[in-house]
Design a protein around this ligand. Structure first.
Ligand code: GLN
Length: 504
């Protein structure tokens, strides 16, 4: 039998429907691949028993002709989604022993539709980071090899200090690496400032951050509640659309989830884009942008033009304030959300001589450096005397950023095309200990979308001279993810897929 892990989600679904293999065989193939890829560190917890039990149940439903949309499809879950009875850590020591008694809405909808859980995926601690290097479980290795590396050199590095191997992006680095390495057919992820789109761009995979309110946040460990959204990372645009159709929907348990019908997103894949107007925002042509990124961007526009879309220049004048404003708003909300980790209610508890000491010891030992940095920044910008100067101003900028997009869409633009990231994937440890602001610059093209609450799709547009994937980003109107899937499938058809040969 061919290697079932090489299939796309859509191909696997057809194979299951055509009885070419069973859900149990599909799960077993993936479990074996996960075991053989442990050194990549994509999974922080493998759940083979659940996987096989769920696959068995899927097979009986398929047999009876009762299969759901994702019946028998094995997926990985970012360790930010609460999974009932299955350890959920947010890749933090402070939640190292946390076993939720409830299931997140998004994952429960995936199981409702027949998906099979393979395990929990690594991420930056509390989803704070752009390289997966802030994880308490250590870095994840991008299965895409640096240029001129052969398998032998890569295996030696993997067994050693991992220097020179690439990061898979973050914070959803386990999700992107697992999809790229064929360790699942799709993965859940979250995006507060780029954590779905940047990892997708770094690994040659496809990821979508839906409109704020499209998916329920219930049962997802909160980072910055006004920015957080769940979404999928998968091998193709169609696979993403299939996963999102299950993940989306109104949930009374999240008052910010929107009561709108969920379209069949897959139906938008391959739909004509003739006559669509695509905006190219001039402010995204940032200083120092590598020529290869600029060329990719132009190539993306040419592909859409060839499919009948109209390309126009647009202006989003407040773009340059988005990154500084994000790095005020996001830490502010994080400092408030993370106050709940006190060593009393759940997770790690480090005893102290009194209750204050217990809080201090627990938080000092439980949180990593980047999370502490965010809590300190967030507490500072919210404190009396500084609130007006920082937090309030950042919120005003946020309103202006949102208005920039509204003006562009009001002028008849259907979607906006930008690069997803300012560079290709960088090396492990290359940036981690440098100036944190350097790491934050990764998010320059993605944070605007969260600040405005819009949907954003990232997908491979090509490779750089070294053969590394480069991502394009399509930004849509609120709740118009369908147009993004249509446009994305046009680019995918012309740019092709980027896949990593197995070397580990
Ligand atoms: N890299 C950004 C940050 O560190 C975004 C993270 C995310 O989207 N969760 O805040």
């Amino acid at each position: 039998m061919t290697d079932l892990t090489q299939l796309t989600l859509t191909e696997a679904r057809e194979g299951l429907a055509g009885k070419q293999f069973t859900a149990v065989e599909l799960a077993e193939a993936h479990l074996a691949a996960i075991e053989a890829a442990r050194a990549l560190n994509a999974y922080v917890l493998e759940t083979p028993e659940q996987a096989l039990a769920m696959a068995k149940a899927a097979d009986s439903r398929l047999q009876r002709g009762e299969g759901g949309r994702l019946e028998g499809i094995p997926i990985g879950v970012k360790d930010l989604f609460a999974t009932e009875g299955v350890r959920t850590t947010a890749s933090s020591r402070i939640l190292g022993n946390f076993v939720p008694t409830y299931e997140s809405t998004v994952t429960s909808q995936l199981w409702r539709d027949g998906a099979v859980m393979l395990g929990k995926l690594n991420n930056d601690e509390f989803a704070m980071g752009s390289s997966n290097e802030t994880s308490a479980f250590g870095p994840v290795v991008n299965p895409i090899l640096p240029a001129n590396w052969n398998a032998e050199k890569a295996r030696a590095a993997l067994a050693g200090d991992k220097k020179g191997l690439l990061v898979p992006g973050g914070s959803s680095g386990g999700s992107s690496a697992a999809v790229a390495a064929h360790l699942c057919l799709g993965a859940t992820a979250t995006d507060t400032g780029g954590s779905i789109r940047q990892p997708a761009a770094f690994t040659g995979t496809v990821g979508i951050k839906p409109t704020y309110g499209r998916c329920s946040r219930w049962g997802i460990v909160a980072f910055a509640s006004s920015l957080d959204q769940a979404g999928p990372i998968a091998k193709t645009v169609r696979d993403c659309a299939a996963l999102m159709t299950s993940m989306a929907g109104h949930d009374p348990k999240d008052s910010t989830s929107v009561d709108l019908p969920v379209p069949d997103f897959e139906a938008a894949v391959g739909r004509s884009v003739a006559g669509k107007t695509i905006g190219i925002p001039r402010e995204y042509r940032v200083e120092g942008m590598p020529a290869e990124i600029e060329a990719l961007w132009k190539k993306g526009a040419d592909m859409l033009r060839a499919a009948g879309a109209r390309i126009v220049d647009v202006s989003l004048p407040h773009t340059k304030y988005a990154l500084p404003a994000y790095y005020i708003v996001a830490p502010a909300e994080a400092s408030s959300n993370l106050a709940r980790y006190d060593g009393v209610r759940y997770g790690l508890r480090v005893p102290g001589k009194d209750i204050t000491d217990l809080y201090e010891q627990t938080r000092a030992q439980g949180f990593g450096r980047e999370v502490k940095r965010r809590i300190m920044i967030g507490t500072y910008v919210l404190s009396a005397g500084y609130y007006d100067a920082y937090y309030l101003r950042a919120q005003k900028i946020r309103t202006l950023i949102k208005k920039d997009f509204e003006d562009v869409y009001a002028s008849g633009v259907d979607a906006i095309l930008t690069p997803a990231t300012p560079s290709a994937a960088f090396g492990i440890a290359e940036m981690a200990d440098a100036d944190p602001v350097q790491m934050y610059l990764n998010d320059i093209f993605t944070v605007t979308v969260n600040m405005a609450g819009l949907p954003g799709l990232a997908l491979p547009g090509g490779t750089d001279a070294a053969g590394l994937p480069l991502g394009l980003q399509l930004i849509g109107r609120p709740f118009d993810e369908e147009t993004l899937f249509s446009l994305g499938s046009v680019i995918e058809e012309q740019a092709g897929r980027i896949t990593a040969p197995r070397w580990w």
